[in-house]
Design a protein around this ligand. Structure first.
Ligand SMILES: [Zn+2]
Length: 272
């Protein structure tokens, strides 16, 4: 696979990669015109969906290939800014939004201390500044044509063998790697729950992962109004170990060679 350097084209300053990691910029993002794509009128409420520029070609190839198997891949969530993740985080921490446990039940946070609330939130939501969605190369996907009037919840049962997204899960397990994609949250490892809808684009994700800096995250959190901040900062190393770095890494050992030996096919110009 052609190497992709995340900081060579849209950015020149060394700080840019750090800003991208923390969700403080969207210069690396290509936004889709959702309304146009879905032949709908643009609405103020329509969610702006974007992904990393350098992933666009492989993502489009994945979508095209899935379409041949009658699977209409759509993105439920792509790039997310620090601000957006902060909003999600603070709403959960303060009880404005529900927190789900691993069984999908709502957690009663009233008897919990701050650290326990943090643990509960992090099962499904990342700390602002530490979401892989900041990178633009991580997406939550579903198949629009498989929903069949069901409204998407992004819950594991939907992607299991008896759920509406089963066909998508099977197809991705057989084909995603060919386009550079894998599941960082393939199973629960004591930190983040399994997320069978969350795909990561390895050529970029690997670079963001290696550039991740706990010190930058610490500084960023210190400078913002993050609910539970003091407890987060006191426990940041343990939180990173359990929730940020605790992901599927086998993929890189077992499948990386496959990508490298994938027969050359036209890749995006952006990769040159
Ligand atoms: Zn996700």
């Amino acid at each position: 696979m052609t190497p992709i350097m995340v900081d060579t084209r849209t950015n020149t300053a060394n700080d840019d990669i750090s800003a991208q990691l923390l969700g403080l910029t969207d210069q690396h993002i290509h936004y889709f015109d959702q309304a146009h794509e879905q032949n709908q009128k643009a609405s103020v409420n329509s969610k702006k969906i974007g992904i990393h520029h350098f992933m666009l070609n492989d993502f489009q190839a994945l979508v095209k290939s899935a379409a041949l198997a009658d699977i209409e891949i759509k993105i439920a969530s792509g790039f997310r800014s620090f601000e957006r993740q902060l909003h999600i985080w603070n709403n959960k921490f303060t009880g404005k939004s529900a927190i789900s446990n691993i069984k999908g039940e709502q957690v009663d946070i009233t008897p919990l201390n701050d650290f326990e609330i943090i643990e509960a939130i992090m099962l499904y939501s990342a700390l602002p500044g530490a979401s892989r969605h900041h990178w633009g190369c991580d997406i939550d996907i579903y198949a629009a044509n498989l929903l069949n009037k069901h409204s998407l919840q992004l819950e594991p049962w939907e992607y299991e063998s008896s759920g509406p997204m089963a066909k998508l899960s099977t197809w991705l397990s057989e084909n995603a790697t060919e386009f550079g994609f894998y599941f960082p949250y393939d199973q629960y490892r004591g930190g983040i729950a399994a997320e069978p809808w969350h795909l990561s684009y390895a050529p970029l994700a690997e670079q963001y992962q290696s550039a991740f800096s706990l010190d930058s995250l610490k500084q960023c959190l210190s400078n913002n109004d993050v609910a539970g901040k003091s407890v987060i900062l006191e426990n940041l190393s343990a939180i990173a170990k359990r929730f940020i770095n605790n992901i599927n890494r086998d993929h890189f050992n077992s499948n990386k060679a496959d990508y490298c030996h994938t027969p050359a096919k036209p890749r995006g110009k952006t990769y040159e």
